[in-house]
Write a protein that binds this ligand. Structure first.
Ligand SMILES: NC(=O)c1ccc[n+]([C@@H]2O[C@H](COP(=O)([O-])OP(=O)(O)OC[C@H]3O[C@@H](n4cnc5c(N)ncnc54)[C@H](O)[C@@H]3O)[C@@H](O)[C@H]2O)c1
Length: 421
């Protein structure tokens, strides 16, 4: 089977060679040249090779129609640069969901008495997540490059809480602090400031981050370094600073990193290779730190949102209506997420409701059942006695197993609710 595949690829490669030299003319219905093939179809007289080959990799570009691959490619023409601050409207608190209620719920979701830091909390997803934590009982320190907006956002969270909880005996403390998360000095200074105001920190959400769309060939190097500096270094630096503080107090805690589905799949059509790589780094950083700090009682998880309609994405889509159509056409539920759709996820992962959850990367597209398959791959043939386990849903490679622990001749599969990556 393996040899036949290699042979087929060899034949296909051989047939593609002349096409590189000169464009191929429209071919007659009968197949002119076929060196040899293992395909049973080739032996049928009525088989029209061109119809089938046009839709495969044997066809010339465009041979199977104008639609060919159009929703699965990046387009270099799309170049979205980060909008100017003054072009972005401020995020507004979610209204009407934070008041007292008498519905029964698990006490372990409560964050009463806890202090959480949210980086990038002045706006967008970070702001809504900060509101979720305040609503669930925490005091919150908003950390952001944009301190003015951070202060306005802190005030609006307190005002909304007061309006939705009239007569509440305890008003949450919400503060705002300047920080450039890509700078270790700035991170340490802001944490010192936070500890002066709040005495301690129990939780961290890292939402400071940004994306830009340049094709890889033209990406300015300094912008790429900045992007990685904020998305990757910034996530790492704040997580380490908070973990050090927790360890010095000998206290458990939890950290939620905001990744992106772009860390697991290649988003289209906008080209954004450095952003995708940065979010893949955040995802694996969460996994690595979760393992490293598990013994200290510090849980680390990662939320990988899909397309969320924040003020920033709304501005980008208002300027590029075609992009919105393409994005939503790729979303199984047919619409973008609202920032408040992540309030439950962040509260769950930060709170004691998820005490035995660490290293969980929740992705909007990849929740649900995971299909683990044990396959005899080419490589395992070279190492007799082992088989490769892969997840067909999220493509994670789950390592190797001895044949004895998962016996069977060719292929075995099992459905799992989720797996630790
Ligand atoms: N919006 C989406 O559709 C989406 C989807 C997946 C992942 N994400 C990720 O979620 C996070 C938040 O995105 P958003 O859409 O809310 O963006 P946003 O621009 O609305 O908010 C980001 C916040 O981070 C702050 N910030 C930027 N650089 C900083 C720095 N160096 N130091 C401190 N603060 C800084 C900004 O001032 C801003 O307040 C990002 O990491 C983003 O990559 C967003």
């Amino acid at each position: 089977m393996f040899r036949l595949n290699v042979a087929r690829q060899f034949v296909r490669a051989a047939r593609m060679q002349p096409a590189l030299a000169a464009p191929r003319a429209i071919q007659p219905a009968a197949a002119p040249v076929r060196m040899f093939s293992s395909s049973p179809f080739s032996r049928k007289d009525d088989y029209n090779r061109d119809d089938v080959d046009a839709a495969t990799t044997a066809g010339e570009p465009g041979e199977s129609g104008a639609h060919e691959g159009q929703y699965a490619r990046t387009q270099d023409s799309i170049r979205v640069e980060y909008p100017e601050e003054e072009d972005l409207p401020r995020s507004q608190p979610v209204q009407g969901r934070g008041g007292v209620h008498d519905k029964r719920t698990l006490g372990s979701f409560s964050l009463e008495g806890r202090v959480a830091v949210v980086t990038g909390g002045a706006r967008g997803l970070g702001f809504v997540m900060a509101q979720a934590l305040v609503t669930s009982g925490a005091d919150v320190a908003i950390v952001d490059m944009n301190k003015d907006e951070g202060q306005l956002s802190a005030k609006s969270l307190i005002d909304t809480f007061k309006a939705e909880n009239p007569g509440s005996s305890k008003i949450p403390k919400v503060t705002a602090h300047f920080c450039d998360v890509s700078s270790p000095t700035s991170v340490n200074q802001s944490l010192t400031e936070i500890l002066k105001e709040h005495d301690k920190v129990d939780h961290l959400v890292t939402s400071a981050g940004f994306t830009e769309n340049y094709d890889a060939i033209s990406y300015p190097h300094d912008r790429m370094q900045k992007l990685w500096g904020v998305n990757v270094d910034g996530t790492y630096l704040y997580a380490v600073a908070v973990a050090k503080h927790l360890m010095s107090r000998n206290s458990p805690g939890s950290i939620v990193m905001i990744g992106s589905m772009s860390g697991a799949i290649v988003n289209v059509p906008q080209p954004q290779a450095p952003y995708n790589a940065a979010k893949a780094a955040v995802r694996h950083l969460a996994s690595s730190l979760a393992v490293e700090w598990a013994s200290a009682g510090i849980r680390v998880n990662c939320i990988s949102p899909g397309y969320m309609l924040t003020a920033l994405t709304k501005k980008i889509l208002d300027d590029n209506p075609e992009l919105q159509k393409q994005w939503t056409s790729l979303i199984p539920v047919g619409k973008m997420g609202r920032p408040e759709d992540l309030m439950g996820a962040v509260t769950f992962l930060i709170s004691d409701a998820s005490l035995y959850v660490t290293v969980r990367c929740g992705s909007a597209r990849r929740r649900g059942l995971h299909l683990h398959v044990s396959v005899d791959r080419a490589m395992s043939r070279r190492v007799p006695g082992v088989r490769k386990i892969v997840c067909l849903i999220c493509e994670a490679s789950l390592g190797w197993r001895n044949r004895e622990s998962w016996p069977g001749s060719q292929l075995k599969w099992s459905l799992k609710p989720a797996h630790v990556q």
